[in-house]
Write a protein that binds this ligand. Structure first.
Ligand code: NDP
Length: 252
């Protein structure tokens, strides 16, 4: 596991948006960021899931989060503009953006992968992530110390048979991270890095590996050290790097 111990007020006063915050790794990240002092903007498709995380954060006495229901498969450009306007009015800036929402799509040979399925995965995993990044960048640039964290996968670093659109989307995720990192390098206080969570006990993992004993994988709360490190001030200046949540350390 990535080694990092965060102080309890690490993210005090930071405004952090997490996509896919209703379940799995995104929900754990939202709860963890809030527990370290952040005001978390919970974005996801299913309002009921987001409300559950909202209630957990509120009843734990952490800063009051904000629920943002948005279907990233169907979202239109004006909805991204409205989101940015709402954040600007409410907070005036954004200090963190965790791109976490994704869908797995069918795992099948490319020859049998329909264009429809391919495009659906790319819409959620790549296009929506680009739209959020470009629309929210002006607000991130207003922060004194902003961090954008992209969620990758081991199949986004080396292609693997039958992982089709999902693997391609994760390569695109690394690509978007690298382009953004190079653009912001030395020009503003925004940094961009990627995290490969590694096999983690969530609904997506169970969908990908139905025969696996879920307890053989760490829970989402256990992989949080690298997310805290990247969202907090101690990773200032770390830019354009690919991290692994379950590897001991790849800190420079
Ligand atoms: P889950 O399937 O458990 O959760 C996915 C989250 O994404 C949910 O909160 C879901 O929202 C949201 N989401 C899906 N589609 C949309 C949409 N159209 N609009 C808005 N939100 C949407 O996934 P994990 O927690 O396992 O994965 C989180 C990230 O980590 C993903 O990027 C995944 O690729 C990556 N990853 C995971 C690994 C693992 O072993 N778990 C390994 C490697 C990478 P809702 O609740 O509304 O459905």
């Amino acid at each position: 596991m990535f080694q990092y111990t965060a102080r309890s007020d690490l993210l005090k006063d930071r405004i952090i948006l997490v996509t896919g915050a209703g379940r799995g790794i995104g929900a754990a990240a939202a709860r963890t960021f809030a527990a370290h002092g952040a005001t978390v903007l919970l974005l996801g498709k299913t309002e009921e899931h987001l409300n559950r995380v909202y209630d957990e954060i509120e009843s734990a006495g952490h800063p009051q989060p904000v629920v943002i229901p948005l279907d990233l498969e169907a979202a239109l450009p004006h909805q991204y503009d409205e989101l940015a306007a709402t954040i600007e009015n409410e907070f005036g800036r954004l200090d963190g953006l965790l791109h976490n929402a994704s869908i797995l799509g069918p795992r099948t040979p490319l020859e049998q992968l329909s264009g429809d399925h391919f495009m659906r995965v790319m819409q959620v995993n790549v296009n929506a992530m680009f739209m959020l990044t470009s629309t929210l960048l002006p607000l991130l640039k207003r922060s004194e110390d902003a961090s954008v964290v992209f969620t990758s996968s081991s199949v986004g670093r080396k292609g693997r048979a039958y992982w089709g659109a999902y693997a391609v989307s994760k390569f695109a995720t690394e690509g978007l991270m690298q382009v953004l990192a190079d653009e912001v390098d030395g020009t503003c206080a925004v940094r961009a890095n990627s995290v490969n969570p590694g096999g983690t006990r969530t609904d997506m993992r169970a969908q990908a590996y139905p025969g696996e004993n879920p307890l053989s994988r760490p829970g989402a709360e256990e992989i949080m050290p690298v997310y805290l490190y990247l969202m907090g001030p101690e990773s200032k200046g770390v830019n354009g790097q690919a991290f692994d949540a379950q590897q001991a350390s790849n800190m420079p």
